[in-house]
Design a protein. Structure first.
Length: 175
């Protein structure tokens, strides 16, 4: 028996048609009839585990959520990403820039709960500082490096104040 179904409620997110999910049975902390987040297809969420997508979270492409993993808030899991085990992915602050890169992909910048800006594009995932270094090493001063440089400046301008606030909150909380 399937634990969820795709509803008829849809939305388009970055050129993908997404379906809101609805629990067909109770499992874990999810009750039968609960509305969940958004998936592109049934294969994005394991039918045989306690994994769940909630809130406005999105799982698309070939991404898959399984085990006891939970994707929530405004988080976005895409591409070939797998979220499994006891993982929790949540988010409410991100910046999307598209199309970008030699493959015309979408760059996603997010802020962790510790105030670290992380970047995901193509085969790269890491901090904004690591991304900046990788761009210099990989692209030198070519056209793509210039495009990434503009994206990095935009990310820092838009997300750094939020990231700084989170770092301060974390610092106060750990004292």
């Amino acid at each position: 028996m399937k634990k969820f179904k795709l509803t008829t409620k849809t939305k388009v997110f970055l050129d993908s048609r997404l379906f809101q999910i609805k629990a067909t049975v109770s499992f874990g902390s999810v009750k039968k009839g609960d509305l969940g987040g958004w998936v592109e297809k049934e294969e994005n969420l394991d039918q045989n585990s306690n994994a769940w997508v909630s809130g406005d979270a999105v799982v698309s492409g070939n991404a898959r959520v399984s085990g006891d993993a939970w994707v929530s808030g405004d988080a976005w899991v895409s591409g070939n990403a797998w979220v499994s085990g006891d993982a929790v992915v949540s988010g409410d602050d991100f910046l999307s820039i598209s199309p970008l890169s030699s493959e015309m992909e979408t760059l996603i910048a997010t802020i962790t709960s510790l105030g670290v800006i992380e970047v995901s594009v193509g085969c790269f995932f890491g901090s904004i500082t690591e991304f900046q270094s990788a761009v210099k090493i990989t692209h030198g001063n070519n056209r793509l490096a210039k495009q990434y440089g503009i994206a990095i400046d935009l990310i820092k301008t838009k997300l750094e104040p939020i990231a700084e606030s989170r770092r301060e909150q974390h610092k106060k909380g750990s004292q």
